[in-house]
Design a protein around this ligand. Structure first.
Ligand code: FMN
Length: 440
């Protein structure tokens, strides 16, 4: 089991967005309890000079807050509510890949949904948070039903300028297997691209490959060399399945190995010089796995909360520090290759936490657990859970994204309109300055 090492730098205390903005935020937080201003992004730009526009998987998004793949994105009515609330994007529930005959090598992940328990959890750093405990895994209905969901969701999303993308779990070889079942990659990807093209034409379809946390407890993930092999083989097979038509996003999982191996995974993906083996973007990082925790009759379940964000932030820090230590004129394999775009996931329960990931280079944020919390956890009294969550994420006077971005703009001297995508880029390129700035 990995050793717990918290991140070295943190956003501490309360943000100082400046007197006038602080007053405005307090007023907005109060008045927006009855409903968010519409249209949201132009209001934020005009009022605070913050441009929420960003990118996800090569597509423009109006704001960086999206719904992560899971139980809250498996039915059209859920996507409809997210569109109404104004989320930036939605990743659908993970479907288990299949071949033409309907065979699924990863079928053990296609088990029916079970009871979910939303519970409080205390992290190893002593901070309280929330986690969802359950036994369930991937999409359980037929692939045809998933395609129907995708098509309908694309229509809903398109009308609201909210990209909706699929997530797939494809074949990964067990230690006893020395082959990759390519037909699962081809058949599944092709069918999804067909649906996508009806709405987006030739634009490549972002497609997340879910390396789920439960893999960490599986014999498939017992060897480091095997996992590193997955990270280059999977993009190759996904790209080959539909050349030029997919933007491959690897949703990296938290293994049971030490943090140094998590960094090695990021470096391995980054080091691919180009071509079909290189992923197009990363999602970092899926939940933790506790091989000892019992839930009902199952021993070994995934969990989240403060330990998850601590681990993710610490690993991203180590990765960026290693990148910035590379000597001038570094001539390694990935010399000159820009860092892959990063979408963050993991315990993003506040705008403050989103800003923590932004500082580590993330240009979009994917949430799941926050959308499962009881209404009593939110100040907003209007709209769906997604709208309540957006109100909390953006406008909270001390925990909100706007308050923190205003403070960071001041702290790092970002000129003009603070654009989310540009801020994320700046942080990656100037990681040493970020560390320096946060250390005071
Ligand atoms: C109940 C539940 C179901 C999930 N199902 C999936 C899934 O099907 N595919 C996937 O890639 N991630 C899945 N996840 C992971 C989430 O997408 C997300 O990355 C993770 O929970 C971390 O975000 P959070 O801390 O905001 O929950 C699931 C998470 C939960 C809690």
């Amino acid at each position: 089991m990995w050793e717990y090492l918290p991140p070295k730098v943190r956003l501490r205390g309360t943000p100082c967005p400046g007197e006038a903005d602080a007053r405005r935020l307090a007023e907005d937080f109060e008045s927006c309890r009855a409903g968010l201003p519409r249209p949201l992004e132009p209001y934020v730009l005009e009022t605070y000079g913050i441009d929420l526009a960003s990118a996800y998987g090569g597509l423009k998004i109006k704001n960086p807050f999206g719904k992560a793949s899971g139980q809250l994105s498996l039915a059209p009515h859920q996507v409809e509510k997210d569109a109404e609330a104004g989320l930036g994007f939605v990743v659908l529930k993970t479907v288990i890949a299949q071949d033409r005959a309907g065979e699924q090598t990863m079928r053990e992940w296609a088990i029916p949904e079970t009871r979910m328990l939303v519970e409080r959890i205390r992290g190893r750093g002593g901070v309280d948070g929330w986690t969802v405990t359950w036994k369930g895994r991937g999409w359980f209905d037929t692939f045809a039903a998933y395609l129907a969901l995708f098509e309908e969701a694309l229509g809903i999303g398109n009308a609201a300028n909210m990209p909706v993308v699929p997530s797939v779990k494809y074949h990964l070889p067990t230690p006893q297997e020395d082959f990759w079942k390519e037909e699962e990659y081809t058949f599944t990807t092709d069918a999804l691209v067909e649906a996508w093209r009806k709405h987006y034409g030739e634009r490549p379809m972002p497609l997340e490959k879910d390396f789920s946390p439960t893999l960490a407890g599986s014999e498939r993930a017992a060897q480091q060399a095997r996992i590193l092999e997955w990270l280059t083989t999977v993009p190759r097979l996904m790209h080959r399945a539909a050349p030029g038509k997919v933007s491959v996003g690897l949703k990296i999982f938290n293994t049971l190995f030490e943090d140094a191996f998590q960094v090695a995974m990021l470096q391995a993906v980054q080091a691919v010089p180009g071509g079909e083996e290189r992923a197009d973007f990363l999602v970092y990082a899926n939940r933790l796995f506790d091989p000892r925790k019992q839930f009902e009759d199952k021993v070994g379940v995934a969990y989240g909360g403060p330990d998850l964000s601590d681990r993710n932030l610490a690993v991203l820090e180590r990765f960026l520090s290693a990148q910035s230590r590379r000597p001038p004129g570094f001539a390694g394999k990935d010399a000159g290759a820009p860092l892959l775009p990063l979408s963050a996931t993991g315990d993003i329960h506040s705008g403050r936490m989103a800003a923590e990931y932004l500082l580590r280079g993330a240009s979009s944020f994917q949430l799941h657990t926050l959308f499962q919390l009881p209404d009593s956890e939110f100040a907003s009294r209007s709209g769906s859970k997604s709208e309540k969550a957006l109100h909390h994420l953006l406008f909270h006077p001390t925990e909100g994204f706007l308050a923190w971005v205003l403070e960071l703009r001041e702290r790092f001297g970002w000129q003009g309109k603070a654009n989310v995508l540009e801020m994320a880029e700046w942080c990656r390129k100037n990681w040493n300055e970020v560390v320096e700035g946060l250390s005071h």
